[in-house]
Design a protein around this ligand. Sequence first.
Ligand code: 0O2
Length: 218
Amino acid sequence: MEIENMNEEIIQYETMLNEWKNNLLMYKFALDEINTKLKIISEDYQFIHNHNPIEHMKSRIKTPKSIAKKLRRKGLDLTIENVIEHIHDIAGVRITCSFISDIYRLVDVISNQDDITVLKIKDYIKNPKPNGYKSLHLLVTVPVFLTTKTVNVKVEIQIRTIAMDFWASLEHKIYYKFEKDVPKHLLDQLKEAADVANRLDIKMERLKDEMEIYKALE
Ligand code: 0O2
């Protein structure tokens, strides 16, 4: 009964957030700004270093339902004020890189842009989550220049290697399939797979470094 009430509340809130569409539009503008920046960084880096640190990038606006669920998960009341203050990933970009070193290079380049303010860095690569999750999360604000005002909007940028992304996608699917109650043997295998992915990342980085030595000798 309690769960039914909660679902009902989330549905009502979803409807309200849908009516709040104009405000969500601001997050879309912020994503447009960030995507343009990332495209420029990617092309410029390729031009200068003959190597592109960004393999792939994807952006999304969090759905009203997912926003409502996250507020609930955080134990917060479903209010617009709480959305603005506590939901940091309404606008999200996910970038995949080939190598771990590319991730830190990108963090530096993004952080050094004059109009970007870095609010928080969560480095789950240096400090992986107990389940094996690895990724680097950069919470930034980017200015959006509207007709009558400028608004600084929060965007969460998740940066990870292809191997980390492969693992996270499957873990996410398993987590939702079992509605968070994942059988222990699957959790153990996921942890094992995270270790394998990590070893692959380290090996690929070493191979790249070695190849660069050969290139320098040419
Ligand atoms: P979804 O469905 O992907 O959007 P905070 O307010 O920053 O303290 P938050 O936002 O939970 O709390 O922090 P965190 O740890 O930075 O997580 C943000 C996002 O990272 C999550 O968003 C996921 O996308 C991803 N993430 C974090 N931990 C895991 C994990 O263990 N496995 C996978 N697959 N992804 C993870 P959402 O809203 O939880 O989910």
